[in-house]
Design a protein around this ligand. Structure first.
Ligand code: SF4
Ligand code: SF4
Length: 420
C-alpha cells in the first residue's frame, strides 16, 4: 500500500500561475530527456505540470508515484526553452522540492545535511574534501579499491568512475589578479576551484588575454545550485547572500566557467525577490564564453589542428540561452573545425548529482550522448560545465579528448603557465 505525504504547499502554490501557462500543446515532449527515454506522459513536462497543478488544486495526493515522477526531472530547462507559453520548469521543480522538504530538515539524511551545510558552506571545507580525494587517487588506495573489488562490493563503481582527476594545487580566491584593464571578477566555485583548478587559472589568463584585469574575488562561496535543486532552498538563499556580500554592489562583470553555477547565479533575483541587490548581481553574471565573445583579444590566436564537437550544457543552452558564443570563439581559432552533435539539446544525464541519484536514466542519457559524439568523428569534445565534462569523459573512448572551452582558448591565446 502506498502512503501519501502531507507537505507544506506554500512554495508550490506560488508557482500556480506558472503552471496555468501550460496549454498542453506537446511542443516540449521531444525535448525532454526523461520523455525521450520512457515515452511516458508522466515523465514529460506536460505530465509533471499536470501532477503539480492537481496537487495544488487538491485533486491529487502527494503519493510516492507523484514524488518519483517529479524527482526524475533533471531540471534541465529544455522544456522551458521550447515552450511557446513561457512555462518555467526549474522554478516549479525547485518549488516542489522546497514544499516537500519544508520544515523537515531534521528528517533529511545526515549525509545530505552535512554536505549542504558543512561541506558547501565553506570553500575551505570543500578543499579539504578535494585534498582527501587527491590522496585517494595518488596513494594507491584507488587502485586497490578498484582492483580488489571493494567498489563493486559497495556498489560504488559507477559513481566512483565519475571522479575527475584531482590536481595537486587548488585556487583559493583571496583577491589575487592577473592582467590589466577594467576589472572582471571570477566566480571560482567549489568544483572549478578544486578538481578543475587548472581550468579556473586558465579562465583568469584568458580573461586577461581579452583585455581585462581578472580578479579572484575573496569571500565567495558555493553558488547554491545543488542545495536549491535538492529542496534545501533556505540554505541556497544563505549562500546567495554570502556571494552578494563578497562580490559587492559594483558594476564589474562576474565571470563564470561552470554553466550550472552561472545559471544559478543568474537565478538569484528569483531566489531573493525581496532583495533589490540580487537582481543587480544577477545582471552582472556572464558565462565566460558570453563575456569573451564581446571582447577583442590582445593578440591573434595560435593555429590549433583540431576538429571539435561542441557540447551544449543544458544550463548554458536552455537556462542561459547561450549557444552562438562558444561557436564564435572556437571558429575564430585558425585550424579549428567545429562539428555539431545530433540531439545536441538533449541532456547528457549529469544534471548536478542526478548521475549519482538516478544512475539508470543517467547512464542511458550518457550512452546516447556519447554515441552521438563518436558519430561526429571529432578529435575532441568541448564543454563549458564540469558535470557534463566528467559524465561524457566516463562514457567516451579514450581516443576522444574532453576539454573545457577555456582550456582550448588558453592554448590559442596565452602563454600557459602564468599562475593566479
Ligand atoms: S510546450 Fe509548454 S504549453 Fe506546450 S505542453 Fe509543454 S509545457 Fe505545456
Ligand atoms: S526540466 Fe528537463 S527533464 Fe524536467 S520536464 Fe523539463 S525537459 Fe523534462
Amino acid at each position: 500500500m502506498t502512503t501519501a505525504q502531507v507537505i507544506d504547499l506554500e512554495s508550490l502554490q506560488a508557482e500556480y500561475d506558472n503552471m496555468l501557462r501550460c496549454i498542453r500543446c506537446a511542443a516540449c515532449l521531444t525535448a525532454c530527456p526523461t520523455y525521450v527515454v520512457t515515452h511516458k506522459e508522466e515523465e514529460g513536462p506536460r505530465g509533471r505540470i499536470a501532477i503539480m497543478r492537481a496537487i495544488v488544486e487538491g485533486q491529487l495526493d502527494v503519493t510516492p508515484d507523484a514524488v518519483t515522477h517529479l524527482d526524475n526531472c533533471l531540471l534541465c530547462e529544455a522544456c522551458t526553452n521550447v515552450c511557446p507559453s513561457g512555462i518555467e520548469m526549474e522554478r516549479m521543480g525547485i518549488a516542489f522540492r522546497d514544499s516537500l522538504t519544508a520544515g523537515k530538515t531534521s528528517e533529511q539524511p545526515l549525509a545530505a545535511r552535512l554536505a549542504f551545510s558543512w561541506l558547501f558552506g565553506d570553500l575551505g571545507h570543500f578543499r579539504l574534501l578535494a585534498r582527501l580525494m587527491w590522496l585517494y587517487q595518488r596513494s594507491g588506495a584507488q587502485w586497490l579499491a578498484r582492483n580488489l573489488g571493494i567498489l563493486k562490493l559497495m556498489r560504488m563503481q559507477d559513481s566512483e568512475s565519475l571522479l575527475p582527476r584531482v590536481p595537486s594545487r587548488f585556487v583559493t580566491p583571496k583577491g589575487q589578479s592577473v592582467g590589466e584593464g577594467p576589472t572582471a571578477r571570477i566566480f571560482a566555485g567549489c568544483i572549478m576551484s578544486t578538481a578543475f583548478a587548472p581550468t579556473t587559472e586558465a579562465t583568469a589568463r584568458v580573461v586577461a588575454a581579452f583585455g581585462s584585469r581578472a580578479e579572484m574575488t575573496a569571500g565567495q562561496v558555493c553558488c547554491g545550485a545543488l542545495q536549491a535543486h535538492s529542496g534545501a532552498v533556505e540554505r541556497a538563499r544563505e549562500l546567495a547572500r554570502q556571494n552578494l556580500d563578497a562580490f559587492g554592489d559594483g558594476d564589474e562583470p562576474i565571470i563564470v566557467n561552470a554553466a550550472g553555477c552561472g545559471a544559478m547565479l543568474k537565478h538569484y533575483a528569483a531566489l531573493l525577490p525581496d532583495e533589490s541587490r540580487a537582481a543587480r548581481f544577477a545582471a552582472r553574471v556572464k558565462d565566460v564564453s558570453e563575456f569573451l565573445a564581446g571582447k577583442t583579444p590582445r593578440r591573434p590566436p595560435r593555429e590549433l589542428d583540431l576538429t571539435v564537437a561542441i557540447q551544449d550544457p543544458c544550463h548554458l543552452l536552455h537556462a542561459q540561452r547561450v549557444s552562438s558564443q562558444p561557436r564564435q570563439l572556437l571558429r575564430a581559432i585558425p585550424g579549428v573545425k567545429t562539428v555539431e552533435i545530433a540531439e545536441g539539446e538533449v541532456c547528457c544525464g549529469s544534471a548536478g548529482i542526478y548521475n549519482v541519484t538516478h544512475q539508470g536514466t543517467a547512464a542511458e542519457l550518457q550512452q546516447r550522448k556519447c554515441a552521438n559524439i563518436v558519430a561526429t568523428g571529432c578529435d575532441a569534445v568541448v564543454t563549458g560545465n564540469p558535470g557534463c565534462f566528467v559524465q561524457i569523459q566516463a562514457g567516451l573512448p579514450k581516443t576522444i579528448q574532453v576539454r573545457h572551452i577555456v582550456d582550448v582558448l588558453d592554448e590559442a591565446y596565452t602563454d600557459a603557465g602564468l599562475t593566479t
